[in-house]
Design a binder for this molecule. Structure first.
Ligand code: 3HC
Ligand code: NAI
Length: 696
């Protein structure tokens, strides 16, 4: 029984116990209803709702979404809770999220432990609070606080929630005892039920709604849910409670049936699934990681070091010389100062965290590290030299990791006498901000090394995805195909701005041309210099970028690339000079430029990702299609509301995807567009990628 009811003295105690997070499944809803009904009929004078386990109710049961709803519906159940003739107290620990907070808002009183958090994260699932939250919250906390909590989806600490009027008391010690005392005091004081739905409608200057609509149209570009949340809060200021609730219900159902929420719900489960490695035993022991060494204090190394320091680990940051080390430490100091300025941490926290990172130029300092992450230049023999040295110096059992973007981790592992301890930890730039961590499992990587890195990823708050060894692993391997199509669209007739606008309007956080400029056009240029002309491939896919580099236009860092950049603000401007370069290179290569519409641009870039993703899944480089979605959402700015490239392929329909890819093969390039065998197979079998993945 997930819900227990007992009468303790004159308090009816409802205990929800449905691990792991007490989600409001059908059984839990039915249990709460039965308990509340029992309390109406017995001798209780007040009711307490609390949860067993690690948290108060963390929301509706997302697994039930998309299935036929079953009585009791949550909004109706919560109305019944609120209608209790005896005062109901919600006692919160852990996280009261979504439907969980709505249950608390429908209760008449709320108390919480100081460590508790409350929030309405539905927007992150492409939804809005659908059980009265959009109507009760503004009545309790005001329209602005309600808009902020619901449109950000970010939970707030108990203390802040108390300030906002959401929590009546913060209690210390045993929560059950505190809840019983609170209830008994209500009884002694003769305090009855207190319904938030009966509070007066919140007052709000009508102009704030227009302002929120404008801001969120930019901040949550393309997303429907935040705009619907604003509609509901606006309704709470003018409509009677039942009518507001009705409006909330209509919007909720519409969002639930839409593709955006389906995509975001897919991402929620994909992210959690990605941590699971089926061929590793669940009870695999992990190694203790307290001291970390980072080699290279450049763009990546300095950010990587910050991750570990932020999680409370000691870091030795190693460089070739004092100058390079000084530059790295300065970057780190600047980043922490920025964090203080933006209110992310206090000055004391910043100093304490920064002091965990100690610079060195002496490899001996890595002797007692539990983990070493190498982040030097992208050069295989340099990396191999370093791993040989680490093999000499590091203590037995230390994990030796490389942050390489492309190099063969097996070849790096092979120079050591302990290939089982070697792994790839591929962070994304800026490493202290980007959420993704590709964990590259080499042929000999030990299970406990992989298990340790997966648990460490959680500790440093990264979203981890396991990848196999191949050139570029999951993300960068796919990106090559996306980048190629961007370059080809450019030379065939488009412009940087048209390409970026098309992709950004479709939902990508940043268009590919700006990404190229940000990463630096010289990176690819230098890599190509080491290749023969044949190895470089089709010049149409790189000549424009190379010509720009040869003119000194290296991207944002030199003030110009595909665009020009303002030195101060880094704002970008379309530039005739780069258009002239594009036209000139097209002429030199004999390309007759043509009009390319936004639809073709988007399809070519996104379908190129999908086709390569299919190959990656089939080869076993990714464990499952949804892992690729996680990589693209957390590492490459793919819109979460489209669920990631592989989920998007299912949304479009694999038959259509296959048709388009074959069309590009016939009209553009046979080699670039050879359809992935898996795609063809699934089309023949009339199945979806999700069904295929579930059946494996
Ligand atoms: N429904 C179903 N399963 C859920 C769930 C939910 N609401 N929340 C978490 N889970 C599952 C996870 O899938 C995971 O399952 P797994 O172990 O099989 O992979 C397990 O619970 C543990 O979750 P986490 O790994 O995320 O555990 P953490 O301790 O890291 O985080 C948490 C706990 C903060 C509660 C986090 O799980 C979370 O944010 N959950 C989602 C909360 C949410 O979005 N609530 C709103 C739901 S929508 C709603 O309520 C609509 C209403 O307005 C009508
Ligand atoms: P970077 O050029 O900014 O930094 C490399 C640093 O390594 C330099 O400071 C250099 O002095 C130092 N170094 C060189 N040899 C060394 C040695 N023997 N011992 C100690 N330090 C040494 O390079 P960046 O961009 O940080 O890249 C590092 C690695 O991370 C590369 O393998 C790269 O492919 C990978 N990577 C880069 C990303 C990016 O966006 N820049 C993203 C993800 C991975």
């Amino acid at each position: 029984m997930p819900v227990k009811y007992e009468l303790l003295d004159d308090v009816g105690v409802v205990t929800i116990s449905s691990p792991p997070v007490n989600a409001l499944s059908h059984a839990v809803r039915a249990g709460i209803q039965s308990a509340i009904r029992q309390a109406q009929a017995d001798d209780s004078k007040a009711v307490v709702i609390l949860c067993a386990g690690r948290t108060f109710v963390a929301g509706a049961d997302i697994k039930e979404f998309g299935k036929p709803p079953m009585d009791p519906w949550l909004p109706e159940l919560l109305n019944e809770v609120e209608a209790s003739s005896k005062p109901v107290v919600a006692a919160i620990h852990g996280t009261a999220l979504g439907g969980g907070l709505e249950l608390a808002l429908a209760s008449h009183y709320r108390i919480a432990l100081p460590s508790a958090k409350v929030g309405l994260p539905e927007v992150k699932l492409g939804l809005l609070p659908g059980a009265g939250g959009t109507q009760r919250l503004p009545r309790l906390a005001g329209a602005i606080a309600a808009l902020d909590l619901m449109t950000s989806g970010v939970p707030m600490a108990a203390e802040a929630a108390q300030t906002q009027g959401l929590i009546d008391a913060i209690v210390e010690g045993d929560l059950t005892d505190a809840a019983l005392s609170f209830a008994k005091k209500l009884i002694a004081d003769g305090a009855g039920p207190r319904c938030s739905s009966e509070l007066p409608a919140p007052e709000a200057d009508p102009s704030i709604f227009a302002e929120y609509r404008r801001t969120l149209a930019k901040r949550a570009r393309g997303q429907i849910a935040p705009q619907k949340i604003i509609d509901c809060v606006e309704a709470s200021t003018s409509l009677p409670f039942p009518d507001g609730l009705q409006k909330e219900r209509e919007h909720f159902m519409e969002l639930m049936a839409g593709a955006q929420s389906a995509g975001m719900r897919h991402v929620f489960f994909a992210e959690r699934e990605a941590r699971k490695v089926p061929d590793i035993a669940k009870d695999t022991p992990t190694r203790d990681i307290k001291k970390v060494g980072v080699i290279g204090a450049g763009t990546m190394g300095s950010g990587i070091a910050m991750n570990f320091a932020n999680a409370g680990l000691d870091v030795s940051l190693l460089e070739v010389n004092d100058d390079a080390l000084g530059r790295g430490l300065e970057t780190i100091a600047k980043n922490y100062a920025g964090g203080v300025k933006r209110g992310k941490m206090t000055q004391e926290q910043a100093v304490a965290t920064r002091n965990r990172i100690v610079g060195t130029t002496n490899y001996e300092k890595l002797a007692d590290a539990d983990l070493v992450v190498e982040a030097v230049f992208e050069n295989l023999s340099l990396k191999q030299d370093i791993f040989e040295r680490l093999d000499e110096i590091c203590k037995p059992g230390a994990i030796l990791a490389t942050n390489t973007s492309y190099q063969d981790v097996n070849k790096i592992a092979a120079v050591t006498r302990r290939p089982e301890d070697v792994i790839g930890l591929h962070f994304f730039s800026p490493a202290h901000i980007m959420k993704l961590l590709e964990i590259v499992r080499a042929d000999s990587t030990a299970d406990d090394v992989l298990a340790t890195c997966l648990s460490l990823a959680k500790k440093i708050r990264k979203v981890a995805v396991v990848a196999g060894v191949c050139y570029g692993f999951i993300g960068n391997r796919m990106l090559q195909h996306y980048g190629r199509e961007a370059q080809l669209c450019l030379i065939e007739g488009s412009t940087p701005d048209a390409i970026d606008t098309a992709l950004q309007q479709w939902g990508m956080a940043m268009g590919p041309m700006r990404v190229f400029d940000l990463a630096g056009l010289d990176v690819g240029y230098k890599a190509r210099q080491g290749l023969s002309v044949e190895e470089r491939g089709d010049p149409k896919a790189y000549r424009i970028a190379d010509a720009l580099v040869e003119m000194g236009r290296l991207g944002q860092k030199s003030g110009a690339g595909f665009y020009t950049y303002d030195a101060e603000s880094r704002d970008y401007k379309v530039d005739d000079e780069s258009i002239a370069v594009i036209e000139r290179e097209a002429e030199v290569l004999g390309v007759v430029r043509r009009e390319i519409d936004a639809g073709e641009i988007v399809d070519r870039l996104i379908f190129a990702l999908i086709n390569e993703g299919m190959k990656i899944v089939e080869e076993g480089i990714a464990q499952r299609p949804s892992d690729i979605d996680v990589v693209y959402i957390y590492g490459y700015g793919f819109p979460a509301y489209r669920g990631g490239p592989m989920h998007y392929a299912d949304t479009v329909g694999l038959v259509e995807v296959y048709k388009r890819i074959c069309g590009f093969r016939d009209s553009l390039d046979e080699d670039n567009w050879s359809p992935a065998p898996l795609l063809k197979k699934l089309v023949d079998e009339k199945t979806t990628l999700a069904e295929w993945a579930a059946a494996r």
